[in-house]
Design a protein around this ligand. Structure first.
Ligand code: DGL
Length: 264
């Protein structure tokens, strides 16, 4: 394994940076390429067929172009729809992002868990299966909060998102039958931890949040155990659409150790 061979993180936009942060803590020397399908954002509003076709096509081309040692689909929407399919067609090891229902079930005291995701994620059978397997008798209430994706993208570019967006997300869970008992909220979209402070304010102190980033980083570290890494300076972000020339975005990405943006 060439020590320059990158780990490729993939998302529709820049939500996967929350996974990159956790990965950096585990593997500071790992060279990373961060790929954002900004031309396809948001995935959460697309059909399953559209997401599957985009993700499979792009990951195939990216794997060929950058020869990554491992691909991480740092996107719940893409993973819950296309992970199995992409694993079938690519030889590169692939780590997906799975809504953190299992740790949430261990954390809840009231037995009522909320889940915020994109519209596409919350309707997946993949999530039904996780609930059946891991919710452990807890009640899982789901709410689609696509506005949070745009809010996170906006915050990354140093703009202030409208606070009403966070209140609407909290109300969307709280106002469901039994929603007043929620004490644990699964952030089942990689964008959402970028606005966790704002969500915490909207939900109030009694709610704790959980996302999958730490678990994914540990999984990547496990799968690359014994490999050598040689990270030479800041990482590269590649975008399929907007973003290449955006100084505010470049400034936001610099906080995550990314120094350049190129078009793919
Ligand atoms: N970051 C993505 C996720 O984890 C989705 C955002 C979107 O493209 O709608 O679900």
């Amino acid at each position: 394994m060439n020590s320059n061979s990158p780990i490729l993180l993939f998302d529709s936009g820049f939500g996967g940076l929350t996974v990159l942060s956790a990965l950096r803590a585990q593997l500071p020397q790992a060279p990373v390429i961060y790929a954002a399908d900004t031309a396809g954002l948001p995935y959460g509003e697309k059909t399953e067929a559209e997401v599957a076709a985009r993700v499979a096509g792009l990951l195939g081309r990216l794997a060929e172009r950058y020869q990554p040692r491992l691909i991480c689909i740092a996107c719940n929407t893409a993973s819950t729809i296309a992970l199995g399919m992409v694993r079938d067609v690519l030889e590169t090891p692939i780590v997906g992002t799975v809504p953190a229902i299992k740790p949430a079930a261990a954390m809840t005291k009231t037995g009522t868990i909320g889940l915020l995701g994109t519209a596409a994620t919350i309707r997946q059978a993949y999530v039904d299966n996780l609930e059946a397997k891991f919710a452990n008798g807890s009640r899982l209430l789901r709410h689609a909060a696509p506005e949070l994706v745009a809010a996170a993208e906006c915050k990354l570019r140093d703009q202030t998102p409208d606070p009403a967006v966070f209140r609407r997300a909290a109300d969307g869970l709280r106002q469901q039958d039994g929603g007043e008992n929620i004490d644990t909220v699964v952030l089942a979209c990689t964008h959402f931890p970028l606005v966790q402070d704002e969500l915490a304010e909207a939900f109030g102190e009694q709610v704790q949040f959980i996302d999958g980033a730490q678990g994914i980083a540990r999984r990547i570290a496990f799968l690359t155990q014994g490999q050598s890494f040689d990270r030479q300076g800041d990482d590269l972000a590649i975008v399929t659409g907007e973003g290449e020339d955006d100084p505010a975005l470049l400034h936001g990405l610099a906080q995550f150790g990314i120094g350049r943006i190129a078009r793919f």
